[in-house]
Design a protein around this ligand. Structure first.
Ligand SMILES: *[C@@H]1O[C@H](CO)[C@@H](O)[C@H](O)[C@H]1NC(C)=O
Ligand SMILES: *[C@@H]1O[C@H](CO)[C@@H](O)[C@H](O)[C@H]1NC(C)=O
Length: 384
């Protein structure tokens, strides 16, 4: 006899990346693993309470933004005038709606504003038939957030000892650089100022099989006024798309790394598209190699820094034929060309989150070679 149980499955992972050799070592690694675990728990709590992927992604990302150790939200890199300007975006695989903010100041959780923009677009047209915005930047974004009930937060409250000392160090470096020749320095791939890449992202699949992805970043230290990084760009920082008639797999992707490289290659969307191929591992390997490291859009660039987390899932085997979905096959992978990347993940069946610091193989050159890892997980209740 078979017992048919409804699918009660959810799954998710997240990232940070860093360029600095040894940056994810010792004490820092511990902090990252901790915050990863907390963020996993946040998302899982949401899902257990009946929340969908979009809500879970938002909760986990807020936890990551609140950590003083990540370059997102609190503790973000400071710009030239010592202030914080954040980028964040979110995408819902079910509705395919998208929300993003760029160069946003004065708001504690940028992803919350992106999330709100996304939900406002779902409400339809504004007065006089105007289409609601999905991407806002700078002062306009800040004012929009406040007028939609998201409280303001002064820069001082989001600044940490770590971000301040980084700012002072960078300022000294810049002053020095103006005196000495800087070309050689710029060519160095792995800058000591590794915090610039420590952005965060989350991907989730919920019990209904919906996927969602989000990403948040404090941007480059000392960035040019008005600069907006990949975390706010459509198709670059995150992507989520439920399976449709033409596609077998639902996919969710989040990226981190050198913003300009991720923008010019639209890496999140490229990886998502690649994931419709049969072999996920091979597809991601090829995407990272051909669409990123050796991308014609980055010709002449010998140091291409980035990392992705990818989740794809399908209802498979028996389940496809059954009214009652019984199993969800989830494949999760991560890949990076940076020295290291911290990943955390947790499934419906786990009692606690797992974390992992992935590193390039010995001898591999950051920005030119890649690491790729991942796993498969069958969720839901299989009848027996
Ligand atoms: C990194 O910092 C160390 C010590 O401050 C310095 O010796 C080294 O040259 C720096 N490396 C780069 C790539 O800037
Ligand atoms: C730094 O950010 C603040 C807040 O958005 C902005 O007013 C200022 O112009 C920025 N400064 C630079 C140099 O980008």
């Amino acid at each position: 006899a078979t017992s048919k149980n409804k699918l009660k499955a959810f799954y998710f992972l997240m990232i940070f990346t860093s360029s600095g050799a040894g940056y994810h070592s010792e004490s820092k690694a511990k902090e990252y693993k901790h915050v990863c675990k907390r963020a996993c728990q946040r998302a899982v709590d949401r899902l257990r309470a009946g929340g969908l992927a979009l809500e879970a992604v938002t909760s986990a990302l807020m936890e990551l933004e609140d950590s003083p150790f990540t370059n997102a939200g609190t503790g973000s890199n400071l710009n030239l005038s010592g202030e914080i300007e954040c980028d964040a975006s979110i995408m819902d695989g079910k509705s395919l709606n998208y929300g993003a903010v760029g160069a946003l100041s004065g708001i504690k959780n940028p992803v919350l504003v992106a999330r709100r923009l996304l939900s406002e677009t779902q409400k339809g047209k504004l007065s006089a038939g105007r289409i609601p915005p999905c991407f806002l930047v700078g002062k306009g974004a800040e004012q929009w957030a406040i007028s939609h009930g998201i409280p303001a937060c002064p820069t001082e409250k989001m600044t940490t000892k770590f971000s301040l000392s980084g700012y002072k160090r960078n300022k000294r470096k810049m002053e020095l650089a103006e005196q000495v020749e800087t070309k050689r320095k710029r060519q160095l791939c792995e800058e000591n100022n590794s915090a610039c890449l420590d952005t965060v992202g989350v991907v989730v699949v919920d019990r209904e099989g919906n996927v969602a992805a989000a990403v948040s970043s404090g941007g480059l230290a000392m960035k040019h006024p008005g600069r907006v990084g990949q975390a706010a760009h459509y198709g670059c920082g995150c992507w989520a798309e439920n399976a449709r008639d033409v596609s077998l797999y639902s996919t969710a992707v989040s990226t981190s790394g050198s913003g300009e490289h991720l923008i010019r290659t639209m890496l999140a969307r490229e990886c998502s598209t690649a994931m419709q191929a049969e072999n996920a591992h091979q597809a991601l390997l090829e995407a990272m190699q051909n669409k990123f490291i050796s991308s014609p859009f980055l010709a002449g660039e010998d140091c291409v820094l980035g990392g992705v987390i990818v989740l794809r899932c399908c209802t498979c085997g028996e389940a496809q034929r059954s009214e009652d979905i019984q199993a969800l096959l989830v494949e999760f992978l991560w890949s990076h060309t940076t020295e290291s990347m911290c990943v955390g993940y947790m499934s419906a069946q786990d009692s606690k989150a797992r974390t992992h610091i992935s590193r390039l193989p010995p001898g591999a050159v950051a920005g030119q070679s890649l690491a790729i890892e991942g796993g498969v997980c069958r969720l839901g209740t299989v009848s027996d």
